[in-house]
Ligand binder design. Structure first.
Ligand SMILES: [Ca+2]
Ligand SMILES: [Ca+2]
Ligand SMILES: [Ca+2]
Length: 304
């Protein structure tokens, strides 16, 4: 009898242990199930506004999207399989060559927090009922594409992008922008982001900067110089380490001489090691019909 009770206890113990192990392993499982998405099966309509453009957001062009793990408000929506393209801007060029009743087909992607994706195609009709666009077939827009690539991380973030030029003044929030306008000329492009200063910054960064200053392990990358010069002095010194320490210890709540992020032009103005200017705006002469500008986003203080 005693042996039977003992055996039962041992069996119960292992059974419970086994259950717990199964439970734990199921809790540890990564979400591999893509969201479910469905698009409208008829064309939605967007009218060209008095600005000469219609801006559409990918999330507004779907009928429904649900995921097994990710909450609806945390799902990400974008166009053309490009995570940076959460919205698109359509100008008069869109209407060229289209019959007035021909919708364009847009590929919408939904992505959950684990990176699983699903797609659907949404028809969209761009209309010009306000008759903003010139009616002659000779109209031609200029287009400017701005792409921001975060240095070191792949994180998607919202930078404030503004473009001002002849008869044009628009602001966007995101990691990329595609803009059309009617006139060539000089355009000022400004990009800034000044939140979350502590993002990516830890004592490991101070350690790395100290090793650079002492000549033990010098920076290998221009962007490390930009990230390390938190006090905007054009040199890497103990003052930069001190500023980072103050931020980490809460003595200050942001870098006092630089924004949290610095944007560096890549394709139209290659980074120059001797140029440490903290620019937020660049003037671009637009002569070509299609211009693409690329920027690297550098998190200030985050050198490793
Ligand atoms: Ca999922
Ligand atoms: Ca400095
Ligand atoms: Ca870091």
């Amino acid at each position: 009898m005693r042996n039977t009770i003992l055996l039962s206890c041992i069996l119960l113990f292992y059974f419970t242990l086994g259950k717990t192990a199964v439970l734990n392993s199921s809790l540890d499982l990564e979400d591999t199930v893509p969201p479910k998405i469905s698009c409208f099966n008829y064309a939605l309509t967007q009218n060209i506004k008095s600005t000469g453009f219609a801006q559409v957001f990918a999330k507004d062009l779907i009928l429904s999207a649900v995921d097994d793990e990710t909450a609806p408000e945390e799902l990400r929506f974008y166009f053309d399989g490009n995570p940076k393209m959460s919205s698109k801007l359509f100008g008069c060029n869109t209407l060229l060559g289209l019959s007035t009743s021909a919708p364009i087909e847009l590929k919408i992607t939904v992505e959950d927090l684990s990176g699983n994706q699903a797609h659907c195609i949404s028809p969209l009709l761009i209309t010009d009922t306000l008759e903003i666009c010139p009616s002659d077939s000779g109209i031609s827009n200029y287009s400017l594409k701005i792409e921001i690539t975060p240095y070191k991380t792949n994180s998607i973030f919202d930078a404030n992008i503004s473009v001002v030029g002849p008869n044009f003044n628009q602001s966007f929030s995101g990691q990329s922008a595609q803009i059309e306008f009617l006139d060539p000329g000089k355009y000022e492009v400004c990009i800034e982001k000044n939140d979350d200063p502590i993002n990516g910054v830890s004592t490991a960064d101070i350690y790395k900067i100290r090793r650079h200053i002492l000549g033990i392990e010098e920076f290998t990358d221009l962007y490390q110089y930009i990230a390390a010069d938190v006090n905007n002095s054009c040199s890497i010194t103990a003052s930069d380490m001190s500023e980072i320490k103050k931020l980490l210890f809460g003595t200050i709540d942001k870098f006092r001489h630089k924004d949290s992020w610095q944007f560096v032009p890549i394709n139209f103005s290659p980074p120059n090691p001797t140029d440490c200017t903290f620019n937020k705006c660049w003037v671009i002469e637009i002569k070509d019909r299609n211009v693409q500008l690329e920027f690297a986003a550098i998190k200030i203080g985050d050198v490793r």
